[in-house]
Design a protein around this ligand. Structure first.
Ligand SMILES: [Zn+2]
Length: 121
């Protein structure tokens, strides 16, 4: 392989690396969109669950919930709260203001007040 061949080969590799670099950048953008969408759905799901739990019991329940069912319901709410706390720890907004987008600037006061206030107690 003479020097010119080596140079041509190097230029071709450089070009391919440039293409790969660009493709990685594009994939990264797609992943960010997917992650944000996933986080938004998780937050929305949790908010909807909370709303369902808060809904007044009308018409009145046919049968009084057993203690076991009530405990199960409380457990679900607790799990939802944990899910949101984890989501926040993973770097997503869980507040209504920025809702499921990636946190780019450290802690968010809206999220923190949401977390410290609890989902509902
Ligand atoms: Zn936030």
């Amino acid at each position: 392989m003479d020097k010119r061949e080596i140079f041509v080969k190097m230029a071709s590799i450089e070009e391919r690396i440039g293409d790969l670099y660009r493709e990685i950048g594009e994939l990264k953008d797609v992943i960010v969109v997917l992650m944000e969408e996933n986080a938004q759905l998780l937050v929305e799901n949790q908010h909807l669950r909370n709303r369902l739990d808060k809904k007044p019991a009308s018409p009145p329940p046919k049968q009084k919930e057993t203690h076991k069912q009530e405990t199960a319901k409380k457990k679900v709410v607790g799990e939802g709260y944990d899910n949101l706390a984890r989501l926040y720890a993973e770097g997503f907004h869980i507040c209504n203001v920025h809702f499921g987008s990636l946190r780019k600037e450290g802690d968010c006061l809206f999220c923190l007040s949401f977390l410290s206030g609890g989902v509902h107690k």
